[in-house]
Design a protein around this ligand. Structure first.
Ligand SMILES: Nc1ncnc2c1ncn2[C@@H]1O[C@H](COP(=O)(O)OP(=O)(O)OP(=O)(O)O)[C@@H](O)[C@H]1O
Ligand SMILES: [Mg+2]
Length: 393
């Protein structure tokens, strides 16, 4: 009888958790070190790099003395709505603390705000005419006596701020102001916010022309895995499964992927397993690695977002940016002279380097030689070529 095929535990949609997650201890350590110093954190990483996975891991493995909650706040649409979320998150943190002082704090709040129920997923309040901004300013200073240091992870924060446009732009500025004020007031020392999002918060803030509002946040960079970590992740997700990767095939796979975002490796293993399973051959070959790579590219949804977000967040500058990327995709790289020549066409000779810097910071390009830029990931480069098979030099 044939042995049952055991598939690897890959995940390519939601955040990676538990046995699907590869922890980088030094990132967790840096994070807690900075929180202990009193810093508030900004996670700087483009899409699919692993921000949500990391935040969920930090929440679960929170050191003694802190209470963490993670929240995706993408649905927040108003200023009061934003403060309401913060208010609820503070109460949820306090609710989870085991200290008697925290229980007293919760009891007081329950009475004051006519709270019907507090659970891990949310709170229910009868009366909803609360000025949440005013109330959180009152609540946060009480956390110290309640013996709760609340660490609140706000995922998709940058997107929320970005969406406050037109008439609402002032609301975004007010929120950023209030948060900055809170960060700098000693009464608020038992309260830490972690800001994240898939669009660069810096670019969003630049557009509303208020860079000072976030320049005190401590940025933690989240990049690709090292060579060794990449091998560890592949081993972790394939351990005990049917597929077999020899050392030379693993080297080949790493060279093919080129840039070790855990996401790319998870996609590769998933695709290789599907192929191997289909033909009933557990021993992975270099040809199978090549085919898996092509199949992943064929699935538009895997990379479309990289293009779409440039189109939306860089709407006015997209044609210029895309010229740079098309050149880099087709020619293998783009030297600064070629960037400059394109800048002349788009009347951007004053600030063309800002665009290069942003493309580097957002995880599209890297500087491979002095003043020569190429796509950081072969997947992205090939995707761009596929999307724009024709280009004019
Ligand atoms: N540390 C990790 N270990 C294993 N896989 C990971 C890790 N981090 C990220 N991944 C992979 O990357 C994918 C995306 O992870 P995650 O959702 O955390 O990224 P993100 O930066 O929050 O993405 P988005 O910008 O789309 O919200 C996961 O589905 C998983 O395949
Ligand atoms: Mg995410």
């Amino acid at each position: 009888m044939e042995k049952e095929w055991i598939h690897p535990k890959t995940i390519t949609g939601d955040a990676a958790t538990a046995e699907r997650y590869l922890r980088r201890e030094y990132i967790n350590e840096e994070f807690w070190r900075e929180v202990q110093k009193g810093n508030h954190i900004l996670f700087v990483a483009p899409r699919r790099v692993g921000k949500t996975s990391l935040m969920k891991d930090l929440v679960i493995n929170c050191p003694e003395g802190y209470v963490c909650v993670y929240e995706d706040i993408e649905g927040v649409k108003t200023r009061n709505g934003f403060y309401q979320r913060i208010f609820e998150l503070i109460l949820r943190c306090a609710h989870r603390s085991k200290f008697q002082e925290a229980k007293v704090f919760i009891k007081r709040c329950t009475e004051k705000y006519s709270i019907k129920e507090i659970s891990t997923s949310g709170i229910k309040i009868d009366e909803n005419k609360i000025d949440y901004e005013r109330e959180i300013r009152e609540l946060i200073p009480q956390l110290k006596d309640a013996k709760v240091h609340a660490v609140i992870f706000l995922d998709e924060f940058a997107e929320v701020i970005y969406k406050f446009k037109g008439d609402q732009q002032q609301d975004a500025v007010d929120i950023l102001h209030t948060l900055r004020e809170i960060r700098h007031d000693d009464h608020f020392s038992h309260f830490t916010i972690v800001y994240a999002g898939s669009i660069g918060l810096e670019s969003v803030i630049k557009n509303i022309d208020r860079p000072k509002l976030i320049n005190d946040l401590h940025p933690i960079k989240l990049g690709a895995l090292t060579d060794e970590e990449a091998a560890d992740l592949v081993k972790k997700v394939t351990r005990g499964t049917s597929i077999r990767l020899s050392a030379p095939v693993l080297i080949y796979l790493k060279r093919k992927v080129g840039y070790f975002l855990p996401y790319y490796l998870q996609l590769m293993i998933e695709s290789i397993d599907e192929l191997a399973f289909k033909i009933g051959k557990p021993k992975v070959t270099v040809e199978m690695v090549d085919e898996a790579f092509q199949r992943i590219l064929g699935e538009r949804k895997n990379f479309d977002d990289w293009l779409e977000r440039l189109k939306s967040y860089q709407r006015d500058h997209f044609p210029f940016i895309n010229e740079i990327l098309k050149h880099a995709a087709h020619e293998g790289n783009i030297p600064i002279q070629a960037v400059y020549d394109k800048a002349k066409k788009y009347d951007r000779t004053e600030d063309y380097m800002d665009f290069i810097d942003e493309l580097i910071r957002d995880g599209y390009l890297t500087e491979c030689n002095p003043h020569v830029y190429r796509f950081i990931a072969p997947f992205l480069k090939e995707f761009w070529k596929q999307k724009y098979p024709i280009y004019e030099k």
